[in-house]
Design a protein around this ligand. Sequence first.
Ligand SMILES: [Zn+2]
Length: 286
Amino acid sequence: MGLHSGAPVHMKILPGAPGSGIVFRRVDLDGFEIPAIGRNVARVSYATSLMKKGVLISTTEHLLSALVGTGIDNAVIELDNLEVPILDGSALPFVEAIRKAGIRKQRRARTYMRICRELELREKDKFIAVYPSDTYSVSYTINFPHPMIGKETFRVDLSDGNYLREIASARTFGSREDERAMRDMGLIRGASLENCVVLSKNGIENPPVRFPDEFVRHKVLDLIGDLALAGKQILGSVVADRAGHAMHTALVSRLLRDNTLWEETTLDEESRPTPAAMETAASQTV
Ligand SMILES: [Zn+2]
């Protein structure tokens, strides 16, 4: 079920050709395809959506995050409705399904977007930036006025298998107080106690949390998913403070518009970051 639409949906992840990137395909609309790339970003408020010629793919961030976290560069995502399923509200079900299906290494060398110059965006008290680095890391700070959250910062380097352990299972969250207003905006029609952490006035309606700081970890998960719209794995250090989907995707747009900020590069095998899923799979077969 889609989180915002409440629409039932079936999704299938298929192999993609080398260099084809992540492409969504609406099987209910004659197989209409929308590449997961910044120029197709549509509405961005509580979720990231893609649109091309009036065709929508909604709430792409958790799935795209799982694909980055498992090191998938090329895939076709078939959907028979307009929204990616929310499942348990995290990226874990996607990661588990991908690992079960298996990952094939392709011959063509992966191209990275290596950040050469810093880029900082500010909007009132919101901030997002990316700085040059040899690996891909994300640092996120939130400041949420709730007794269970408050100010939290989480930093993760994605090059050494941390995604699966630290990020993938962090679930989306929302507060009972905001529910009415969001439903009035036509949002969260598919939300339930099974697919998000629900904050009551002073606590959590559906404990336990998966991490004490699950909230900020989920923001990291969202950010990774939104930055996937750059279309390449990033080599850079991303810092965000109270940003949201709109700022995440604004950073992507700026990067795509200004190619003096980055260079396309390949890495030799030894210095290549190991995606979480492969590392775990390898240790399991041993
Ligand atoms: Zn999310």
